[in-house]
Design a protein around this ligand. Structure first.
Ligand SMILES: CC(C)(COP(=O)(O)OP(=O)(O)OC[C@H]1O[C@@H](n2cnc3c(N)ncnc32)[C@H](O)[C@@H]1OP(=O)(O)O)[C@@H](O)C(=O)NCCC(=O)NCCS
Length: 185
């Protein structure tokens, strides 16, 4: 991962501030806590809460792996030791032909959604990708029903590539359409 300076941000409702910086392995416990919050409270993430069994040492290793990779990014929005949100960009293939591409994922702790954390994370993430000499394409997958996320992605210029009808099926049998989006950087 290329160097990324921490930046300070204010919540859009003015009720607090946070720092955005690259995650380090020592952030693992706070990141697990934020991930559990996100999986428990949002139906719009791929992982179901009971499927999330990552241990602290696995999370440490995962973060260390991203840090060591020149074309991957793991950003956290953090305040007083608590992770408010996370954004990662990962290479989906180790093949040279796909080395210009990263797949983006992000989540914000429920109590902080709609307060500008996601926008700040995306702004830093897109800036990082644009400055990266090897990267030229960011892709992501999102529930078609996830209007808040799609609003944010469109604001940054992401374009819809297409919809996969019934791309995701919940335990109750309901089928949900999935949209793939992309941004050239
Ligand atoms: C999607 C997510 C990452 C966005 O982060 P966030 O911090 O909530 O986003 P922000 O507050 O920066 O911006 C959200 C935008 O959606 C708008 N918005 C807020 N609530 C909304 C709603 N219910 N419906 C539509 N738009 C909404 C906001 O007004 C804002 O747009 P604006 O700045 O143009 O006004 C976050 O809400 C989240 O983690 N959700 C649950 C998990 C998830 O969906 N992750 C994405 C998977 S692809």
């Amino acid at each position: 991962m290329a160097t990324l300076e921490p930046t300070r941000h204010t919540l859009s409702d003015g009720q607090g501030a946070f720092t955005i910086r690259a995650a380090t392995p020592d952030d693992a416990p706070a990141m697990l806590d934020a991930a559990r919050d996100a999986f428990r409270t949002s139906p719009f993430l791929l992982t179901s809460p009971d499927e999330f069994t990552m241990t602290e040492s696995e999370e440490r290793e995962f973060v260390a792996g991203i840090l060591a990779h020149p074309r991957q990014l793991m950003l956290i929005a953090e305040e007083a030791g608590r992770v408010l949100g996370m954004l990662d960009m990962r290479q989906i293939s180790i093949r040279r032909k796909a080395r210009h591409r990263v797949l983006l994922g992000m989540s914000v702790r429920e109590a902080f959604r709609g307060r500008g954390v996601g926008t700040a994370l995306m702004s830093r993430g897109v800036h990082w990708a644009r400055a990266h000499p090897d990267l030229s394409l960011i892709t992501l997958e999102v529930y078609a029903a996830n209007t808040r996320a799609i609003t944010l992605y469109k604001r940054f210029g992401f374009l819809p590539k297409g919809t996969l009808p019934g791309g995701l099926v919940h335990d109750d049998g309901s089928a949900w359409d999935q949209v793939e989006m992309y941004l050239r950087v």
